[in-house]
Design a protein around this ligand. Structure first.
Ligand code: DGJ
Length: 387
């Protein structure tokens, strides 16, 4: 045999051995911030994630990212029985080839979240939608449906929520106040007082309220809520969805007016609803916040930064996207967050850490380099794992 052919065969053998090794990858622990391979050996590409559990299987939905942050492909879905090893189930919601579609390639599709409607038997996917070529100006929320958790999802429409409806916690004076938005200079004391007093709620009353970072939450009684960052990202809104989960009812509240929260993640433990959010620093990490309430419609009590220890001031270099209650494990929750990489979005990483509710009833998240469910108590000795 020619020496070149031998060389070629050796290289081919090495590549195939490597690929097989990758295909047999079996993850045995969570490694926050490290590259995470799916069961086929490819990097998991599902950012700003949402999760859904059914019949022993978890589904992970997330933004397919390319180098930039625009939607080139759509929403990806993976499935897993153990939360560690994930099978690529393909694209759940594909971007449209039609230039006139709201979800055309090059639009912004972020933070996809899936819930199941018992009454209609449909899987409902909500996501933050920005229209192509308009940056983050549109501030809309989109909805799609499917008969299967892995899709394909059919895009229905998008909303500016709660058009023509006042929030429940708005008084008659706030409804009547006549304020001209352009007379306020951003970041001044007057502006901040005016916005707390509903400046943007009144401005957007007819068109509908802005909706950027969002999540959805289904309560034990089957009621579903849409939680989103509104009023120029200064205030959170929580809205009750219709029985089919496809539209907004007239029930909604403002939460933490002027509090500058985004990236909301909601979970319930016992009698309390908890919410973890971030502040507003674009793709850069900042200190997380946490809140507690007896009802989804509030009032929400502020509990401070749930992250503890070194790196807590930047949430261990990540931003919340979801808190997952682990099935059949009482009081076991996973804080799921994105470590964004705006230089190359597809290399953004996933930071999953245990959340515990401490004796004072506050959520706590500590860094650990590696953990799994077999350990009696999660090791928190290892401090922030760096970038
Ligand atoms: C922060 C948000 O949480 C992300 O989802 C994304 O919208 C970026 N801002 C865009 O700058």
């Amino acid at each position: 045999m020619h020496i070149k052919s031998v060389y070629f065969l050796l290289v081919a053998f090495a590549i195939s051995a490597l690929t097989n090794a990758q295909q047999n990858i079996k993850n045995t622990s969570f490694l926050p911030g490290k590259v995470w391979y799916d069961m086929q050996g490819d990097t998991i590409n599902a950012h700003g994630a949402g999760f859904y559990y059914e019949k022993g299987v978890y589904y992970w939905y997330g933004e397919h990212k390319s180098r930039n942050s625009l939607a080139e492909v759509g929403v990806r879905v993976y499935s897993s029985k153990d939360l560690l090893n994930w099978k690529n189930e393909g694209v759940a919601l594909e971007v449209s080839k039609e230039a006139s579609s709201e979800i055309t390639r090059g639009s912004v599709i972020e933070r996809p979240k899936v819930i199941y409607n018992e009454k209609t038997g449909k899987y409902v996917l909500w996501f933050h939608l920005e229209l192509k070529g308009k940056g983050y100006e549109a501030a809309r929320t989109g909805v799609a449906v499917s008969d299967s958790p892995v899709g394909p999802f059919r895009y229905l429409k998008s909303y500016r929520p709660n058009a023509g409806v006042w929030p429940q916690n708005f008084n008659s004076q706030q409804k009547k106040t006549n304020s001209n938005e352009s007379s306020y200079k951003w970041w001044t004391k007057k502006w901040s007082e005016a916005l707390v007093n509903g400046l943007y709620v009144r401005r957007d009353f007819e068109e509908g309220q802005m909706s950027r970072d969002m999540t959805v939450f289904v309560d034990d009684d089957g009621k579903a809520y849409h939680i989103h960052s509104s009023e120029e990202n200064q205030t959170l809104h929580i809205s009750l969805l219709t029985e089919d989960y496809l539209d907004f009812t007239d029930t909604w509240v403002r939460v933490q007016p002027g509090g500058q929260n985004e990236a909301p993640a909601v979970f319930k433990n016992g009698d309390y609803y908890y919410m973890i959010t971030s502040g507003l620093t674009g793709w850069d990490p900042n200190a997380a916040r946490s809140f507690r309430a007896r009802s989804m419609l509030g009032p929400w009590q502020s509990l401070g930064n749930p992250a503890k220890g070194k790196g807590a001031e930047v949430t261990f270099n990540s931003q919340s996207t979801y808190v997952l209650p682990v099935e059949d494990r009482k009081d076991t929750f996973i804080f799921m967050a994105d470590r964004w990489n705006p230089k190359n979005h597809q290399d953004g990483r996933y930071v999953w850490l245990p959340v515990i509710i401490n004796n004072e009833g506050n959520p706590e998240i500590k860094w650990t380099d590696e953990w799994n469910f077999n350990e009696k108590s999660y090791s928190t000795e290892n401090e922030l794992g760096g970038k």
